[in-house]
Design a protein around this ligand. Structure first.
Ligand code: ZN
Length: 149
């Protein structure tokens, strides 16, 4: 990782921690999933509202380390407005990038490219990918109807 990218990485992480995007609950979300990364203790809830194959709205809630939070924030702002198909492809590209299987196209990945830095830290890969795994999981199933009433 060169100095420029490392600096950008730190800026992005700090920025998204300070003001995470889409950090809220979507009451009417038709997809929802919970993610947990026991290695670090990161917990996340992802809410997605899909209409006609498009991610109309996406949000998250949870608590975790700076990387997991920044990644969830960036994931949500990247995926919003995309088709479900595009969201799944982005997940694959992002996953290849952070696990070092591919470098990824910076133009296509945009700010997500800064996460390439975590590939040298296997424990951090889990933090960076948690929101993405949870998003994919949420897309695959309808919202669990669980009620205590
Ligand atoms: Zn973490």
């Amino acid at each position: 990782m060169n100095d420029e990218l490392r600096e950008l990485y730190q800026q992005v992480i700090l920025d998204h921690n300070k003001s995470p995007r889409n950090f809220r609950v979507i009451e009417h979300a038709n997809h929802h999933s919970e993610g947990y990364n026991p290695l670090c203790g990161d917990r996340i809830d992802v809410f997605i509202d899909v209409e006609e194959g498009i991610v109309k709205d996406i949000s998250f809630q949870g608590s975790g380390c700076a990387i997991s939070k920044a990644s969830a924030s960036l994931m949500s702002s990247t995926v919003k407005g995309k088709t479900v198909d595009e969201a799944e492809k982005l997940f694959e590209k992002f996953h290849s990038l952070i696990t070092g299987k591919a470098d990824g196209d910076p133009e296509e990945l945009g700010k997500l490219a800064v996460f390439a830095g975590v590939r040298d830290f296997p424990a951090r890969v889990k933090c960076a990918s948690l929101a993405w795994h949870t998003m994919i999981n949420a897309l695959k199933k309808e919202k669990d109807v669980v009620t205590t009433e």
